[in-house]
Ligand binder design. Structure first.
Ligand SMILES: NC(=O)c1ccc[n+]([C@@H]2O[C@H](COP(=O)([O-])OP(=O)(O)OC[C@H]3O[C@@H](n4cnc5c(N)ncnc54)[C@H](OP(=O)(O)O)[C@@H]3O)[C@@H](O)[C@H]2O)c1
Length: 290
């Protein structure tokens, strides 16, 4: 079994996490809506993740809605002291499974209360403001009022640390004039590299970069180059894609999502993979060539 600490750790404020974590979104039902097809299997995935050393779980109360948080609570509460749960606010689900922005101060406060209740905690470790932008890509515009509203809730003692999701570099800079930002969660993977400059900039500022869709999201990455490098390594393509992220920069944390125990074990195995420089160079060309 891979020791997750072999991939290193990173500090989210005063919470130190292994760089290999777990994203809980895939545990909800189809379309991230409603209960899981296999509730016992979902609980088993969460318990196995923590048993194998995961101490960083990414979630949101709008997954389900409420479903992934309730599963996390059922599987893991009372939580181990070293477990950091990162949640996000800024949207609500419609009865038709739609994703709708909910970013007024009152809606953000309600989302924090929902997360506290469903996770069964008095204080949330880290809350990301999920900016709606262009769904999976950010768009420019001030986020000051929204972030200030969340910072006020933090000042009330209900949140330890704040992060951002789906944001531009200018929005990160703007938010940091209001309150400290410990992590940024944007769409990024081997084949989708629009945030290369942002990652390096955040590394200089000791801010974590946590890619969403690290394996390509709902349609996992497919690349002949990736498959060929993986075969040379004796690893799977998904492990290799995660190992590439871990090599990309020291502030990158991975939160691959899965509802499958076998995929979970496979993904955590990426922590032990070392990519020689020539393989890294080959993989670096994927985002440009495919
Ligand atoms: N901030 C945001 O806006 C935002 C957006 C999306 C996601 N997120 C967060 O980021 C996390 C990761 O993103 P994600 O789960 O959407 O995408 P992902 O990690 O890129 O990929 C998940 C998909 O890959 C499959 N998969 C996982 N491991 C695999 C393996 N070893 N082999 C083959 N297929 C595999 C999963 O299916 P199986 O279940 O069958 O394994 C699922 O279909 C989420 O869980 C969520 O916490 C945040």
């Amino acid at each position: 079994m891979t020791d997750l600490r072999s991939a290193g750790v990173f500090a989210l404020g005063d919470r130190v996490v292994n760089r290999v974590g777990y994203g809980a979104m895939q545990l909800a039902g189809p379309g991230v809506f409603g209960p899981p097809r296999d509730p016992k299997g979902a609980l088993a995935v969460l318990r196995e993740a923590v048993a194998r050393g995961v101490n960083h779980i990414d979630t949101s109360d709008f997954y389900g809605p409420h479903v992934t948080n309730q599963l996390i609570r059922e599987a893991l509460h009372p939580y181990p002291d070293d477990l950091t749960i990162v949640t996000k606010v800024g949207a609500v689900r419609g009865p038709d499974a739609s994703w709708n922005p909910a970013q007024s101060p009152a809606e953000l406060a309600q989302a924090v209360r929902d997360n506290l209740r469903n996770l069964g905690v008095d204080v949330l470790d880290v809350v990301n403001l999920r900016v709606t932008g262009d769904v999976h890509a950010p768009s420019e515009g001030s986020i000051a009022a929204r972030f200030a509203a969340l910072a006020e809730i933090r000042d009330m003692g209900l949140i330890r640390h704040l992060g951002l999701s789906n944001v531009t570099a200018a929005q990160v800079d703007e938010a940091r004039t209001i309150a400290p930002v410990v992590c940024v969660q944007n769409h990024y993977n081997l084949a989708h590299r629009g945030d290369d400059a942002l990652i390096d900039d955040l590394a200089d500022k000791a801010i974590a970069y946590v890619p969403f869709f690290p394996l390509g999201g709902f349609s996992p990455l497919q690349s002949s180059v990736l498959s060929s490098v993986a075969a040379q390594l004796g690893a799977t393509p998904m492990q290799t894609a995660l190992a590439w992220l871990l090599h990309r920069a020291p502030n990158v944390l991975v939160i691959a999502g899965t509802s499958s125990l076998a995929h979970l074990r496979e993904n955590l195995g990426a922590a032990g993979l070392r990519l020689p420089s020539e393989m890294l160079a080959t993989l670096n060309r994927v985002g440009r060539s495919e």
